[in-house]
Design a protein around this ligand. Structure first.
Ligand code: DPN
Ligand code: ZN
Ligand code: CA
Length: 434
């Protein structure tokens, strides 16, 4: 073994066990992580995709029309690819089939759920881009950012995109009414996003005191980003006009964001927000002109960031990391061979996490030769590298695998196959962070 870091000073007996516990569970609870910026361009790409769906499906995305189902499919494909567990909940309204799209982010405390939602249907008169392509898209990009950053909060995160809101909150009401009481009780808060890019935008936060089950914690969490960027907000009571209403009826704390519909911007509001006084927040509300031209990009950007800020802060402290194991022994990788390096995990109860972090340090002169798997104690292989990178050399970095179906304790292996001749190398070290 080469001499490297503090590991070299640790005992040979521990190494002989094939793995080495070098860290343990943190004691202090870490503060919530600051939310990442939500890229406006990504949100806009979703908005544009929904516009294209409407354009290709008779000009709308309404309940019972093909544009609605195509909208569901667009979101579901991206959520699935990002690692969400998604499901479609089917219902019938006005003689037509509708769907709610539900996406669960694996992990967190299943008894402590933070849910966020947006309606995905349009009216039949138009493509429904501000109402509610904006809320749907902002929330989608926040969900994808959760996945991209592998956010692992204490609460379980769930997202819902509702059908048939425009027919009377049909999808969200169906969802809540069909939740068993035990499941309802697990939802500790619901955040609603219906119209967040109005062309003459107000910056409205659902009032905690102005409506049933309004939550001051949610209200403050949704205000926080605006406070941070120095943009004043106003409280509004949306009453029963959007999908939070079903959650409120079930006694679940609610909140939300809104940039305004048919209401008229006052002079005072125009002054503080830089808008047009005497003009509706959204002149195209429920009309055929609710297209991509009917979106204020600044409002969409600010509200998308505000959603992320709220979800990050409300979902509780980030779970403290579990123990870390490392095998620092060098293992030669001869040409055209398969080699393994073991780590024996002990003392970790239950299954491995859904985001098991695998640290890899492989020295090699041509990583395009290499196929690298993490092999669980029961023999299941998780591929983390398959000959990518061409003539680049070493393979180093942290890979995340969903190992939640694996028992944690036992002998894990890093299996490296060199599949092309000439270049060789070695496993320098690897680690598992539970
Ligand atoms: N529920 C909205 C619609 O889809 O027509 C409009 C709305 C949203 C009105 C939020 C008030 C508050
Ligand atoms: Zn709406
Ligand atoms: Ca080779």
């Amino acid at each position: 073994m080469r001499t490297r870091t503090l590991l070299a000073t640790l005992t040979a007996t521990a190494l002989a066990a094939g793995g080495l516990l070098i860290g343990s569970t943190a004691t202090a609870l870490p503060a919530p992580l600051a939310a990442p910026d939500i890229p406006l361009a990504n949100v806009q790409a979703h908005v544009n995709a929904l516009q294209n769906i409407a354009t290709n499906n008779g000009g709308n995305r309404a309940h019972g029309r093909p544009g609605y189902r195509a909208s569901v499919d667009y979101l579901q494909a991206q959520l699935n690819a990002a690692g969400y567990t998604t499901s479609l909940q089917q219902f019938t309204s006005s003689g037509a089939t509708g769907w709610n799209l539900i996406a669960d982010w694996p992990g967190g405390n299943a008894d402590n759920v933070l849910m966020s939602g947006a309606h995905l249907d349009s009216v039949s008169a138009g493509p429904g881009i501000n109402d509610n392509g904006t809320g749907s898209s902002g929330l989608l990009e926040v969900a994808l950012t959760v996945a991209r950053t592998n956010f692992q909060p204490e609460k379980h995160l769930r997202f819902g995109w509702w059908g048939a809101e425009e027919l009377g909150l049909v999808g969200s009401t169906f969802y809540v009414n069909n939740l068993p009481g035990t499941e309802r009780a697990k939802i500790k808060g619901y955040l609603n996003f219906d119209m967040i890019g109005s062309p003459n935008p107000g910056y409205f936060v659902y009032s905690a005191s102005g409506q049933p089950t309004g939550s001051i914690d949610i209200q403050r969490a949704l205000e926080a980003h605006f406070t941070g960027i120095g943009v004043p907000t106003e409280l509004t009571s949306v009453g029963g006009r959007s999908d939070h209403a079903a959650f409120a009826r079930a006694g679940i704390p609610i909140g939300g964001l809104f940039t305004g519909a048919e209401g008229i911007m006052t002079a005072a509001q125009a002054q503080k927000w830089g808008g047009s006084s005497g003009v509706a927040y959204d002149r195209c509300y429920h009309r055929s002109c609710d297209t991509t031209s009917n979106v204020n990009a600044t409002a969409l950007d600010r509200n998308s960031d505000a959603i992320a800020t709220a979800i990050w802060s409300l979902s509780g402290p980030v779970a403290p990391p579990g123990p870390r194991f490392e095998n620092p022994d060098d293992v030669a990788i001869p040409d055209l061979s398969t080699v393994e390096s073991p780590i024996t995990v002990t003392g970790v109860p239950g299954n491995a996490p859904s985001a098991l972090s695998v640290g890899v340090d492989i020295v090699h002169t041509y990583r395009g030769d290499l196929i690298v798997d993490v092999v669980a104690p029961d023999g299941t292989a998780y591929n983390i590298h398959n000959r990518a990178g061409g003539s680049a050399d070493n393979l180093t970095g942290t890979f995340t695998i969903n190992a939640s179906s694996e028992v944690a304790n036992g002998t894990w292996k890093l299996r490296v196959r060199d599949a092309a001749n000439a270049d060789v190398g070695r496993i320098n070290a690897w680690s598992l962070q539970f």
